[in-house]
Design a protein around this ligand. Structure first.
Ligand SMILES: [Zn+2]
Length: 223
C-alpha cells in the first residue's frame, strides 16, 4: 500500500494532539494516522512539545480546600471521551485501530463487513452509522464504481478517510489512507473510482446539496 498523499494539515493535527476534536473527527484523523507515518511523527512531536511546556510551568501555591473542591468537581463531571489513538506503527489492515474497535460486531470471522445495518442513501451508495449521539455523524460509506455524490457543500467540518478503492473530486484523487478535509467554503462532487470506494466519513453540521436539483432535494434528504 502506498503512503497517503492527502493529509489533515497542521491545524487539525494540533487540535487532535491537544484533545480538541470531537470523538468522530478524532477517529477520522487517527484512522488516517494509522496509514501515515508522517502525521504520526508530527503528532508525537506536538505531544512532546506540549509535555515540555507543562513541565516548565511554575508550581502554584493552592489555597486550603482547593484539592477537595477539585475532587468534588471531578466526581460530578463526566470524564471526557477517550481520544481515539492511532497505532504506533503503520497498519496493513483494511480496518486499522482505532477504527476496528468501533466495528465490533460489524465484521465476520474473515474480517469482512457484515451486510446488516447499512442504510440506502442513493443508488449505488449505502452508509453504516458508527456513532450515535455524538457531535455530527460518523459512518462508513460504501459506493459502487462510478457513483457520483450530488454536488454539495458542508455546514461544518467534513473528514473523509478512504479505506478501500478511491474517489476523485475537484481537489484531487483520493486513495486508501488519504483524508479529504471539507468545510463550508468547499463545494465538490465526489465520484467513486471504477472499483468502488469504502470510506470513513465524519460530518459536523451536515451536507447541503448545491446544484439546482440538489437545492430541491435538500428538503427531502437527510445525509
Ligand atoms: Zn498524513
Amino acid at each position: 500500500m502506498s503512503l497517503p498523499s492527502h493529509h489533515p494539515g497542521d491545524t487539525l493535527l494540533i487540535d487532535y494532539a491537544g484533545g480538541g476534536l470531537c470523538e468522530g473527527a478524532a477517529l477520522a484523523v487517527a484512522t488516517h494516522m494509522a496509514f501515515c507515518p508522517a502525521c504520526r511523527h508530527a503528532v508525537a512531536e506536538m505531544e512532546a512539545v506540549g509535555g515540555v511546556l507543562l513541565d516548565d510551568l511554575e508550581p502554584e501555591v493552592l489555597s486550603p480546600g482547593c484539592l477537595d473542591a477539585l475532587m468534588a468537581r471531578l466526581d460530578h463531571e463526566r470524564p471526557p471521551p477517550c481520544r481515539p489513538a492511532a497505532p504506533p506503527v503503520a497498519s496493513r489492515s483494511r480496518y486499522p485501530e482505532p477504527l476496528r474497535s468501533y466495528l465490533r460486531g460489524r465484521l465476520d470471522r474473515d474480517g469482512r463487513l457484515v451486510p446488516a445495518g447499512w442504510r440506502f442513501f442513493q443508488p449505488g451508495m449505502r452508509g453504516l452509522d458508527l456513532m450515535a449521539g455524538s457531535v455530527g455523524t460518523t459512518r462508513l460509506i460504501r459506493m459502487k464504481g462510478g457513483v457520483a455524490v450530488p454536488q454539495h457543500t458542508h455546514g461544518g467540518l467534513e473528514l473523509t478517510v478512504v479505506l478501500e478503492g478511491g474517489f476523485s473530486d475537484e481537489f484531487g484523487a483520493f486513495q486508501p489512507g488519504d483524508i479529504a478535509v471539507g468545510d463550508g467554503s468547499l463545494e465538490h462532487r465526489p465520484v467513486s473510482d471504477p472499483e468502488g470506494c469504502l470510506c470513513l466519513a465524519t460530518t459536523i453540521g451536515g451536507l447541503r446539496l448545491t446544484g439546482p436539483v440538489g437545492r430541491f432535494l435538500n428538503r427531502f434528504i437527510s445525509f
